[in-house]
Design a protein around this ligand. Structure first.
Ligand SMILES: Cc1ncc(COP(=O)(O)O)c(C=O)c1O
Length: 454
């Protein structure tokens, strides 16, 4: 079944996966994962190993990121969900609770708000730097604001929001501030030690009340590993959940999940042990060098430009009238590389997103060669253009009146086979999505999901 999967090692997939380039590290994680696989985090009194292991993992993250009291979770989304719940429950407001988030904040905040009954107030970012505008954040805070968000870095362009200013604006109104360091928490400290200019972004910054840091990203741990830290233990308690109001076992949950494998915890613990500070620092140095080479190399490719000045190693590359980034991404895929397409939003152009990791350095020349070749091919092919009238047709569709089979036929009409397999040509699909408003995009994406699982 895995024959058409993208490879998880080797650095040719520049999103989703994080390869150290050191197989023995991943093997150590896999052994620990298997060792803990059947242990259930549901009851810490039954399996005290999980308490000790979590204390060590969370302790290591807190020691690097300004202290605090943490929870090991399944990923960035769950860490953010718990931070939003804790903020909501520690700050009762008269109206419907709201959170303030720059447009570049991860959708996990929208998802948490959706699940937990909050409104989201989106604030603009600087159109040149893509960093959040602290004055806009300050102006968006109302009596019903329960949380303000800053990203370190934000995923789309890899830039660091002005954390200190945003946290100060929140503190001035007595509002908690969450720093989403899901990507940067276990990367920026090593980049800083390797010589990058990284302003303070963690719990050491006054006004920051919680922070998320994913170990399954730049911690290089197997998936299912993140830490959310709270400055105040009372706020962490607001993230917890307990129920004794039924005639069954007592329910005591630190996370959204109840029964939960300790495998990811074991995998994260072993990865931290196997790499150690020295290992992360070495990966950080390589990451920094690779990101610099990539940015410099892209600057020399006609029709492409790097968006903003990313302090992290996430690099967003925009195209031009001549070079369509969606076509470029398809061309790269034909050459064995996955470069992640990102749609335009809030005035920010469509682009391809590359997550540079420690393993990128060894292949950065090959990556640049593929980007240059794919850009030339995209120039030759011209921009992806949806069939005439199709965008208007899709925009006007009553999706609820369309069954999954009819949606599958519609997708087939633009060359997408939703029955799976192979290497999909996505440029036209991305061009159609790009031309639609975000709500219509979302409806289409949900139909896509239900159709592939039909
Ligand atoms: C900045 C940021 N926050 C949160 C998340 C969500 O993390 P996850 O996919 O682990 O739920 C991501 C994922 O890429 C991210 O980049």
């Amino acid at each position: 079944m895995r024959q058409d999967d993208l490879p998880v090692r080797g650095g040719k997939v520049t999103a989703y996966v994080y390869d150290t380039g050191r197989p023995e590290v991943h093997e150590a994680a896999a052994r620990a994962y298997a060792e803990m696989l059947e242990v259930n985090c549901l009851d810490p009194t039954a399996f005290p190993s999980i308490v000790e292991m979590e204390r060590q993992v969370v302790g290591a993250v807190a020691a690097e990121l300004g202290g605090g009291h943490g929870i090991f979770t399944s990923g960035g989304t769950e860490s953010i969900m718990l931070a939003v719940k804790a903020a909501r429950d520690s700050r009762p407001v008269a109206g419907r609770p709201a959170l303030v988030a720059p447009v570049t904040a991860h959708p996990a905040f929208h998802k948490a708000a959706h699940y937990l009954g909050l409104d989201v107030v989106r604030t603009p970012v600087d159109p040149g730097t893509f960093r959040a505008d602290p004055a806009a954040v300050a102006a968006a805070i109302t009596r019903d604001t329960v949380l303000v968000v800053a990203s370190a870095p934000s995923y789309p362009q890899g830039v660091l929001d002005p954390v200190a200013e945003i946290a100060a604006a929140a503190a001035a109104r007595g509002v908690p501030c969450h720093v989403d360091a899901c990507v940067g928490g276990w990367l920026l400290p090593w980049l800083r030690e390797a010589g990058a200019e990284v302003p303070p972004f963690d719990l050491s910054v006054s006004g920051v009340t919680s922070l998320s840091c994913d170990l399954h990203k730049f911690g290089y741990a197997p998936k299912g590993a993140s830490v959310v830290l709270f400055r105040d233990p009372a706020m962490r308690r607001r993230a917890y959940y307990a129920s004794a109001a039924w005639p069954g076992y007592t329910v005591i949950n630190a996370t959204v999940q109840s029964s939960r494998s300790a495998g990811p915890l074991g995998g994260a613990w072993a990865t931290l042990q196997a790499l150690g500070r020295e290992g992360y620092l070495r990966l950080g140095r390589d990451t920094l060098a690779a990101a610099r080479l990539l940015r410099e190399g892209v600057a020399g490719i006609p029709g492409l430009r790097v968006l903003g000045d990313p302090v992290s190693s996430l690099v967003a590359i925009a195209g031009s009238d001549e070079v369509d980034v969606f076509v470029l991404s398809d061309e790269a895929r034909k050459r064995g590389w996955f470069l992640q397409p990102q749609l335009s939003y809030a005035g920010i152009p469509a682009n391809i997103h590359i997550t540079v990791t420690g393993a990128t350095l060894a292949g950065v020349d090959a990556m640049l060669k593929v980007i240059a070749e794919s850009a030339a091919a995209a120039r030759e092919r011209g921009p992806a253009t949806p069939p005439p009238g199709l965008v208007e047709l899709v925009a006007g569709l009553d999706l609820d009146a369309l069954d999954d089979a009819a949606f599958g036929e519609l997708a087939a009409s633009v060359g997408v086979n939703l029955t799976g397999g192979g290497q999909p040509e996505m440029a036209v699909v991305n061009a159609i999505l790009d031309a639609l408003d975000p709500e219509t995009r979302e409806s289409i994406l949900i139909r896509f999901l239900s159709t592939i699982y039909a």
